[in-house]
Design a binder for this molecule. Structure first.
Ligand SMILES: Cc1cc2nc3c(=O)[nH]c(=O)nc-3n(C[C@H](O)[C@H](O)[C@H](O)COP(=O)(O)OP(=O)(O)OC[C@H]3O[C@@H](n4cnc5c(N)ncnc54)[C@H](O)[C@@H]3O)c2cc1C
Length: 465
């Protein structure tokens, strides 16, 4: 069976795009965190929507599971094989990286149509000279694909102003698990003609269809970008600073928090100098973008919020030119990779209402210490989105550690969610019931079985078995 399926994939895409050699497959089989993955039967790299459809047909005919994969930067194990399955059922990784088309910008609509395998960085580089940008931005921009970002409903550092991928996607083309190709890429602002299939694919984590192209809303590129890094004595002061500046500065687009231990780890990993004097316990990084003097406006809003009389603010640095702005962002942008170098960390991405963040941050160290003594907790995230990434070093990776239950329960108990922006994947499927009712999970399953009746797309991802 294995050879017959692989043989039919070779017929579809040619031998150069079916990878069976273990050394070549390995980069597609192991996830970015090093915590998830297993051997695939083969990796197939279709170069067009028609080839994706033929791959899905061949796998359906042989009941072989498909793992859609973009840049493989996902953090919940959804884009790599589960591991060796029963004989004859080894998964095929379907890599979208050859779906590389970028259509001309539709400047009148402020939209663009792109292949699912285009990376965020490639699109940013294409749009910048034309005076546009994507709106969503992530530290994984050089690897993450637009298809993967839609499939995970990625968030990132500009959600505060520009929303998540859900708000960017106004049309999609996809090959569903049924084998049918659905194309709706007109991008009309007003279009009341039935179910929003593109919207359904956003956040579906490869379980309903393989996204092959997207119609995206893009934004005019702002003339100026500025950043401020504020050092504080505690989370409450960091949050108060972010809230105060947000209220005063309409051009604020990013408000990120990073705890002191994580900034120290980034400094040690990248050999960076301390951004400010002293030993702050929390930093808040603020980003503004607009037509005016953003550095001056940001400094003014910061002074009004966190001037000399503000409680808990130690120091602040403001930058208004590209290299200095980038230099400040390094203390936040390089956190994930610094933790990976020290890890692998156990990653728990949670969101809670902004009003409950302080309670979460106060309770989480004790909660971790109780069930994972010796673990080192690093927390950073998108503070005004209520989205924090808890990273634990010194706890074994892989399924079923009690610390997951405790931290996720804490977030849910405060009115939050077990997945802020990374998705459910394989990592959190057994926790879905904490945030979705039986009726909702039944509705999810009904949608799944309508669009993927044979259950060949990403089995074991998102929905518990
Ligand atoms: C350093 C670093 C920083 C990060 N920062 C952020 C952040 O700020 N915000 C954030 O949201 N995420 C962040 N991430 C996580 C990750 O980059 C995002 O989840 C991203 O959207 C994944 O895109 P990808 O192309 O790598 O997808 P993959 O990892 O390849 O796949 C992710 C999921 O999407 C599915 N999928 C991929 N492509 C398709 C497709 N074409 N059709 C259907 N399903 C598909 C896969 O099956 C899988 O379930 C970060 C990751 C790293 C390593």
């Amino acid at each position: 069976v294995a050879d017959a399926v692989v043989g039919s994939l070779v017929d579809v895409v040619g031998p150069g795009h079916v990878l069976t050699d273990a050394d070549v497959r390995v980069g597609y089989e192991q996830d970015w965190t090093g915590a998830f993955g297993g051997p695939a039967r083969a990796v197939v790299r279709p170069g067009s929507t028609a080839e994706v459809a033929a791959v899905v047909d061949a796998c359906r005919a042989a009941s072989v599971p498909i793992i859609p994969q973009g840049g493989n930067t996902g953090l919940v194990g959804g884009g790599v094989p589960e591991g060796p399955g029963p004989p004859g059922r080894g998964e095929i990784v379907l890599s979208t990286r050859r779906l590389q088309t970028i259509d001309p910008v539709d400047a009148a609509a402020g939209q663009i149509t792109v292949g699912a395998g285009v990376t965020l960085l490639a699109l940013q580089e294409r749009l910048a000279p034309l005076g546009f940008e994507v709106g969503v931005d992530l530290a994984s921009r050089s690897g993450a694909t637009l298809g993967g970002m839609a499939a995970t409903n990625a968030g990132g550092t500009r959600v505060l102003r520009h929303g998540t991928m859900r708000g960017r996607v106004v049309g999609a083309e996809a090959v569903l698990g049924t084998g049918a190709t659905v194309t709706h890429l007109r991008g009309l602002t007003k279009d009341t003609t039935g179910y929003d299939l593109a919207g359904l694919l956003v956040g579906s984590e490869g379980t309903l269809g393989v996204i092959t192209a997207l119609r995206l809303v893009i934004d005019p590129r702002p003339a100026q970008r500025a950043a401020a890094l504020v050092a504080t004595t505690g989370f409450d002061a960091a949050l108060a600073t972010a809230v105060g500046v947000h209220r005063r500065l309409p051009t604020l687009e990013a408000a990120e928090v990073v705890d002191g231990a994580t900034v120290e780890l980034v400094m040690a990993t990248l050999d960076l100098p301390p951004p400010v004097a002293g030993h702050p316990t929390w930093y808040v990084l603020l980003g503004a973008a607009g037509p005016g003097d953003e550095a001056e406006d940001l400094a003014r809003a910061l002074d009004a919020t966190a001037g000399p009389s503000a409680v808990g603010v130690i120091d602040a640095v403001v930058a208004g030119d590209g290299p200095r702005v980038d230099a400040l962002w390094r203390y936040r942008d390089r956190a994930t990779e610094s933790l990976a170098a020290a890890g692998p960390p156990r990653k728990l991405d949670v969101s809670v209402p902004v009003s409950a963040l302080a309670a979460f941050v106060a309770a989480v160290p004790d909660a971790v210490a109780r069930c994972a003594p010796g673990a080192v907790l690093h927390v950073f995230g998108h503070v005004l989105d209520g989205n924090l990434h808890c990273n634990l070093l010194g706890v074994p990776s892989g399924g079923g550690h009690r610390v997951d239950d405790v931290v996720l329960d804490l977030a849910v108990g405060l009115g939050g969610s077990i997945g802020g922006e990374h998705g459910i994947g394989r990592a959190k499927r057994s926790f879905l019931h904490l945030v979705r009712s039986p009726a909702e999970i039944d509705a999810f399953r009904a949608v799944k079985s309508a669009l993927d009746p044979a259950g060949i797309l990403n089995p074991g991802v998102l929905l518990p078995a």
